[in-house]
Design a protein around this ligand. Sequence first.
Ligand SMILES: *Cc1c(COP(=O)(O)O)cnc(C)c1O
Length: 381
Amino acid sequence: MTHLATVPDAVPPPFPRRVPTRTTLAVDLGAVAANARRLADAATGALMAVVKADGFGHGAVPIARAALAGGAGSLGVTGLAEALTLREAGLTAPILSWLHPADEDFGPAAQYDVEVAVPSAEHLDRVARTAPGAAIHLQVDVGLARDGAGPRQWGPLFARARLLERAGRIRVVGLMGHLPCADDPLHVSNAHGRRRFAAALQLARSCGLTPAQRHLAATEATLRDPLSHHTLSRCGAGLVGAAGRLRPVANLTAPVVEVRRVRAGTPVGYGHAWTAPRDTTLALLPLGYADGLPRVAGPHAEVLVQGVRRPLAGRVSMDMTVVDAGDLPVVPGTPVTVFGPGDSGEPTIHDWGPWAHTLPHEIVTGLSRRIARVYDAGALR
Ligand SMILES: *Cc1c(COP(=O)(O)O)cnc(C)c1O
């Protein structure tokens, strides 16, 4: 205190509101729109753009806008918080939200015109009580055994929904299911799920319900299984190119922050898990597992440096990663591509997924907030 008091003029300059990070996820919104167009063309019915988990890590609002420009007619999210983010940004398209606690206050759903999925009688009563007049989609389990009402609950759930609908408390506008193994078109569960969904629809109708939106297919089923389409497809991963052989839409780049030349035999990084096999140049990247670069991918992963694929050297650390740049003339500031659409030989999220023993979905949704998102809307204009 006394120290500060003796420095009367040490007033700091005005605090900068934001210092940009240079580790960047650059999202090509034209590619998102093109992916949406491909999915909309493949779908028998309408396309719902699923932008949950912040648009699979790419930014929910820009991805939603691009998908709507590409032909999506509505948006899907998991939870009212995500739905309200879209409304707050000024998006007026229909929104469906699924996955809510049974004691949710659904008031905001009615207030902001968000449709909600209803997987149980408890949810149904709660919606009727907290969001009178809300539009709901009855959610049935057709084989995932994860979310949605199991077949034994369908009868009572549908009957109660019809009762509340007649009383003007809710409106049943949809029936939804979700397939467990749509990425394997030959899997027996696909036909089984389709049959279960048809049975649910028949039962709903026999209860007097008339759900106008009937939806079972996500990205894979939209591209591979027309029998699953009904009136609507809910697609998320395909929009960002994480599934369905659609184009990955983002480039993850970082600048080299330090360069060192080391001799053959130099051990590198935590645990000395890697040793330079020959004299080489090491380039330090300012991103690590806290940014979503999977630590487990280290031994297999590569990045693109000056047009050349180069392996990582040693373990991925929390905030940084070392690249074995060989004899490339890298300097601090040299941009390195971690992944992209693959056009220039850079790895894609379809490389990173297997390197990390996971899906491309987990690679993109795991990217941290401290990576700057930038958007190229050029092709949309
Ligand atoms: C995530 C999700 C989708 C989107 O699936 P993709 O394979 O990413 O297209 C669709 N429906 C439900 C219920 C989901 O949870």
